[in-house]
Design a protein around this ligand. Structure first.
Ligand SMILES: NC(=O)c1ccc[n+]([C@@H]2O[C@H](COP(=O)([O-])OP(=O)(O)OC[C@H]3O[C@@H](n4cnc5c(N)ncnc54)[C@H](O)[C@@H]3O)[C@@H](O)[C@H]2O)c1
Ligand SMILES: O=C(O)[C@H](O)[C@H](O)COP(=O)(O)O
Length: 389
């Protein structure tokens, strides 16, 4: 068996248990690289379609991501090529990114989070987990997810607290924090490309915050630039960009936070993605899985809360201990000083390739004093494991 995998996939060595593994740069994969392969393991930067796979031996494509907009799934199905993605692998990482971004915005804009109304567009693995955190913290949440509301999709993540589904128009009317967590889709009943165009952006409430950690083209970036040039009341956080790996420096300059598509880049999320695809690969080829993938222990395996810590302080401080979005923001902004768009694109990919280890909260246990039920509730709301010591 011959397996070709993107060189940026962590723990990809597990595939080598079953054949010859060749690791190559994902964005540059070409027909000749995959012609003799039986399985192709990618991340989101490889366009997998007829141009890449026509005439190849590939019978299984695994993408270690939730997003599938880089796969021509219709062509794969028509050509009898099985494919698999990794639902939920990095959802928790994105939730922690959004929490860190919100904390920063609340400090910069001097606005209490509890007093805002949160609108989540796309209530899948990420959106539903985020809604559960917000509801658990007692914040108001509205969800917009027409495929889930009107279609046949089962609820994403269980445990939602009866949050309400509304239309995008209603969500824009009522919410002053809008978080986008949809896939990129170009067709179907509810396509998401340019879901937020000029007219939707014009309807953002005064002082709104807009966070896109889904896919860049879900917001019309040209319209967003025009809007931000006219409105400094808005605060925008972009992790994803319309023409990645090229980022518009002018748009980034007007964003409160600008990061290089790393919301889902916790080490845990990336390893989980590989693990899920490894299992799908074994199922597809009828192979016996080797030993389980071992996740490295977190550098900080436990944290102790002092007796005087309040639940509000815990909620405020905990996400910041795990992730500081300003580091990623500064790294991206430094690349945008390069004159040449090609060099900026290469630098964007480099930041992602060399991304430092970031662990999720769940890799660390919070030690709480006895009789701290408010802290226990706050830790539960944040999705952080705890024990009473
Ligand atoms: N920035 C990152 O690092 C990062 C990380 C993970 C995921 N993502 C992106 O975020 C997306 C969401 O991730 P997920 O794990 O929650 O995926 P998911 O598939 O579990 O959820 C997506 C949800 O969006 C809904 N949706 C589809 N079309 C919609 C529309 N027109 N309006 C409103 N909702 C719509 C779907 O019904 C679904 O519930 C992924 O598809 C991926 O593109 C980005
Ligand atoms: O779709 C996903 O899972 C995320 O967007 C993921 O973070 C993409 O990462 P990449 O494949 O570009 O490394």
């Amino acid at each position: 068996m011959r397996i070709v995998a993107d060189e940026n996939i962590p723990v990809a060595d597990v595939f080598a248990r079953h054949g010859e593994l060749k690791r190559l740069p994902g964005r540059a994969l070409a027909t000749a690289d995959v012609r003799d392969a039986d399985a192709l393991i990618v991340r989101s930067v490889t366009r997998v379609d007829a141009a890449l796979l026509q005439g190849s031996n590939v019978r299984f494509v695994g993408t270690c991501t939730i997003g599938t907009d880089h796969l021509d799934t219709a062509w794969l199905a028509d050509n009898g090529i099985a494919w698999s993605n990794a639902p939920g692998c990095n959802a928790r990482s994105v939730v922690e990114y959004v929490l860190a971004a919100l904390r920063l915005l609340s400090m910069r804009r001097q606005a209490a989070l509890a007093q805002r109304c949160f609108g989540i567009v796309g209530a899948g693995e990420v959106g539903q987990r985020l809604a559960n955190v917000f509801s658990g913290l007692g914040w108001s949440v509205l969800l917009c997810d027409p495929p889930r509301q009107h279609g046949s999709k089962a609820p994403g993540v269980s445990g939602c607290y009866g949050q309400q589904f509304v239309s995008l128009d209603e969500l824009l009317q009522h919410c002053d924090v809008i978080c986008l967590h949809t896939p990129l889709t170009l067709d179907g009943d509810w396509p998401t490309r340019h879901l937020l165009g000029e007219s939707q952006l014009a309807r953002l409430r005064p002082g709104s915050w807009l966070i896109n950690a889904g896919r860049g083209p879900v917001i019309d970036n040209t319209a967003l630039l025009g809007t931000l040039r006219q409105r400094d009341d808005l605060a925008v956080v972009l992790d994803v960009w319309e023409h990645e790996p090229v980022v518009d420096p002018q748009l980034a300059a007007l964003c409160e936070l600008a990061t290089p598509h790393i919301a889902g880049y916790s080490l845990d999320g990336k390893i989980r993605g590989t693990e899920m695809i490894y299992r799908a690969f074994c199922r597809h080829f009828g192979l016996e899985e080797g030993a389980s993938i071992v996740y490295p222990a977190a550098e900080i395996s436990s944290l102790a809360a002092g007796g005087s810590l309040t639940a509000a302080q815990l909620l405020q401080r905990l996400p910041a201990l795990f992730y500081d979005p300003l580091t990623d923001d500064a790294a991206l902004r430094a690349t945008l000083l390069l004159d040449d768009a090609g060099q900026r694109a290469a630098a964007f990919d480099r930041l992602r390739k060399q991304y430092p280890v970031r662990r999720e909260m769940q890799a660390t246990c919070l030690c709480l004093p006895t009789g701290s039920s408010a802290l226990q509730q706050a830790a539960d709301a944040l999705g952080m494991p705890w024990q009473v010591v």
